[in-house]
Design a protein around this ligand. Structure first.
Ligand code: DHB
Length: 394
């Protein structure tokens, strides 16, 4: 007997923000989709991710009616602090480019999108097992086993892999049909959540001879902070005292003092940069981390994923309306333009602020000079502000 099947216009693997936003944007265009994810809804909600939304990301969420919660509960930030060389300098995004960013964790974006799909009767299937994808150059099929053990199939006109950096969809593309670009970074971030009031009204990006530190926030009583560490660092080697003395040592020389509190979560975040080209193979399209990952400095990951699916929804609508698969090439071309700009921006922020293992004093002095050039030049600060707040979509 064949597996129970559903037929839909767009099958989507991955119910993170990229997959759910795409499903939402397609529904607004009258296009139906089915989303599957091996994780439970609860598991996705409990994953700690970055917290900065570009102006365009906020606009997409509010203008498409996902939620106004980002405006009510998020925090609008008009700038950041760049701390280095014994001083701290404010980069004023509003003044430089008339834009701001919003501190609103990715988890909340996921919650808003999952609720919006629920309310609209969207077909999102969490917690499926043994997912596989087939017939990518013809009529794609998603096969999986649902929670009661039944094998199921979703047949779709187009398939989207929004299934994260380990993407099973990407792994099904024959090697000769895609090019992978990668770069490795010899360090990682030690990330903490702590119960304390905010240490500063805005984010602090701190350069230090001991390595980079980032002071971010979550709520009035919960804060997020990071410091550069070795990729093989063991979180169990770090007591609260040791964490606080390392963080303080990286910001105090520049005049900042952190309000300390109990550390309630700690983890090591590895860095990678990865881009695959093209973001299409036959009737499979890749979106978000499945197609590209950036190092976390500057928080571009989620914003890039949302930019991808804005283009993808439009291109899929055109392909379905004209019955012309060639239209799909437009997606990759347009999305990759922003992807590479974000790759460069994240790399630039990372290399300017982190200490390379084995760096000599010359390298450190050169970084400080670069940071000075950025804050003392309107052109330099504007370049940073444009990239940080996100280049407006054409
Ligand atoms: C956060 C993460 C980032 O990578 C960043 O650049 C800014 C903020 C965060 O998690 O709050």
């Amino acid at each position: 007997m064949s597996a129970p099947r559903t037929t839909t216009q767009v099958g989507i693997v991955g119910a993170g923000p990229a997959g759910l936003m795409l499903s939402h944007l397609l529904a607004l265009r009258g296009i139906d989709s089915v989303v599957v994810d091996h994780r439970s809804r609860d598991e996705i909600e409990r994953t700690i991710r970055a917290g900065i939304l570009e102006a365009d990301s906020v606009r997409s969420l509010t203008e498409t009616g996902v939620s106004d919660r980002v405006l009510a509960e998020g925090d609008e930030h008009h700038g950041i602090q760049l701390a280095f060389g014994g001083e701290s300098h404010r980069v004023d995004f509003q003044e430089l480019v008339g834009a701001s960013v919003w501190l609103y964790p990715q988890t909340e974006v996921f919650v808003d999108l999952a609720n919006a799909r629920d309310a609209a009767g969207g077909d999102v299937r969490f917690g499926v097992r043994d997912t596989s994808v087939h017939d990518l150059t013809a009529t794609p099929v998603i096969r999986y086993t649902d929670s009661d053990g039944t094998s199921r199939e979703v047949h779709c006109r187009y398939l989207v892999g929004a299934d994260g950096s380990h993407s099973l969809c990407r792994h099904r593309i024959p090697a000769e049909h895609l090019r992978q670009y990668r770069t490795e970074y010899p360090f990682a971030w030690f990330g903490i959540l702590c119960e304390a009031p905010k240490s500063a009204p805005e984010l602090i990006y701190s350069h230090s001879e001991r390595g980079f530190a980032l002071i971010s926030q979550r709520t009035e009583t919960l804060q997020r902070m990071y410091f550069q560490c070795d990729p093989d660092e063991d979180v169990d080697d770090w007591s609260d005292d040791r964490i606080w003395s390392e963080l303080q040592a990286r910001v105090r020389p520049h005049g900042h003092d952190l309000v300390e509190g109990p550390v309630v979560d700690k983890s090591v975040l590895r860095f990678r940069s990865n881009v695959v080209e093209p973001m299409r193979y036959g009737n499979l399209l890749l979106a978000g981390d499945a197609a590209h990952t950036v190092p976390p400095t500057g928080a571009k990951g989620l914003n890039l994923a949302l930019a991808d699916v804005r283009i993808l929804a439009e291109v899929l609508e055109r392909a379905l309306a004209t019955n012309d698969d060639d239209v799909l090439d437009d997606y990759s071309r347009r999305a990759l333009d922003r992807v590479w700009r974000a790759q460069h921006f994240s790399y630039w922020m990372t290399s300017m602020l982190h200490r390379q293992p084995g760096a000599d004093d010359f390298a450190v002095r050169r970084q400080v000079a670069e940071l000075r050039s950025v804050v003392r030049s309107r052109a330099g600060s504007t370049f940073l502000a444009e990239g940080y707040t996100g280049w407006p979509s054409p």
